[in-house]
Structures are given as structure tokens and as C-alpha cells.
Write a new protein. Structure first.
Length: 201
């Protein structure tokens, strides 16, 4: 009886882990497609084919889900053990900067439009409420910040592309496969000793 109960608990735990991965995959896809601010928990639950109760139980609220998505993606793209420390640090910082800009720029644009008293249209006749008071000076400042951060975001994307090609053509350490194919890690090869494979989608 004890062995059967233990086996049942292990099976349930495995099922929950698979459902949690599916929820995070759905959330990440919707955040990337529609933006964090406009994605609802109901949309995530529908895409992941779970109830909202199950979604909250396994992951938490939307903020906790965003943090979990970022953490999972970062873990999937662990750098090789033999990568020089400056390159390792640059890889981690660039990932956090990329996700911060993906979240921050839409919010900055929302604030910029609010300060300029422009309507923020989601789709059709659906509008977002203003999050900042009308101010010409604030609108100008936010516009400039949004403009320069857009160039920074573009530069980060180019850096990621360059890094992917460096790993694929120079180091041949398997990082490119993880970057290009949704985080699935290849079999352990040169330069990957001691790195544990991340969870599959």
C-alpha cells in the first residue's frame, strides 16, 4: 500500500510539473505576442488548457508567472562551464536586459501616450486607461527615453544574433541549438560537461 501511494504521488508530481511547463510556455508566448500588460490570466489558462484555479495553484498571479517565465528561460540557456567569466557575465546581463526592455518598453509607451493625452487603443473600441497625468514635459521626456531604448533593444537583438553565430561557428558548444530551437538542450558535448539539461517544452 505504501509503495502504491508513493508511486501515485510521484505520478501526480510529474503531471503537475508537465502542466506547469505548459502554463509557462503559454504565458511566455502570449507575453511575447500581446505584451505583458494586455495579456489576461484567462487567455493564458485557455491557451494552456487548464482552469484558472489550477493556473493560480501551480504558478501564482501574473507577476509571479512573469518571473517564473524569465527564470525558466534563463535556466534553459545556461552557458558552458568553460566560457570565460566576462563572457558568462555578459550573457546573463544581456538576457535580463532583453527581458526588462520587452516588459518596460510597452509600459513606457503606455505612460508616454497617457502623458500626451493620446488614447491607448488595444483593439477596436477597447482602450487602456491613462496611467500618468497629462504633462507636455513628461511626454517629451518619455518619448526621448522610448526612442533611445528602442535603439538599445535593437542593439541587444543584434548582440544575441552575433553571440548565436559565435557559439555555432566558433565554439561549437551546443548553445546555438538551445537558442535556436526553443531551449531544448543538445546532448552533452565538448564544453558542456557538468551542465544539466533543462526541461523540455
Amino acid at each position: 500500500m505504501a509503495a502504491a501511494a508513493m508511486s501515485k504521488r510521484r505520478h501526480k508530481g510529474g503531471d503537475e510539473a508537465a502542466v506547469r511547463r505548459r502554463i509557462l510556455q503559454a504565458a511566455f508566448t502570449l507575453f511575447r505576442k500581446s505584451g505583458y500588460a494586455t495579456t489576461s490570466m484567462l487567455e493564458i489558462a485557455t491557451r494552456a488548457r487548464v482552469s484558472k484555479r489550477e493556473l493560480y495553484a501551480l504558478v501564482g498571479n501574473k507577476q509571479q508567472m512573469l518571473i517564473a517565465c524569465i527564470s525558466e528561460r534563463a535556466n534553459r540557456l545556461q552557458v558552458p562551464a568553460d566560457l570565460p567569466e566576462p563572457m558568462r557575465l555578459a550573457a546573463h546581463l544581456s538576457h535580463y536586459a532583453l527581458y526588462a526592455l520587452m516588459i518596460g518598453m510597452p509600459l513606457l509607451g503606455w505612460g508616454m501616450l497617457s502623458a500626451g493625452a493620446y488614447p491607448v487603443v488595444v483593439f477596436g473600441s477597447v482602450y487602456l486607461p491613462a496611467i500618468l497625468p497629462q504633462s507636455d514635459a513628461l511626454h517629451t521626456w518619455l518619448w526621448a527615453a522610448h526612442f533611445y531604448l528602442a535603439f538599445a533593444f535593437f542593439a541587444l537583438v543584434l548582440m544575441h544574433l552575433a553571440a548565436a553565430l559565435f557559439h555555432a561557428l566558433v565554439r561549437h558548444d551546443g548553445v546555438f541549438d538551445a537558442m535556436a530551437f526553443g531551449g531544448h538542450k543538445p546532448s552533452e558535448g565538448p564544453g558542456m560537461a557538468g551542465i544539466q539539461a533543462g526541461p523540455s517544452d
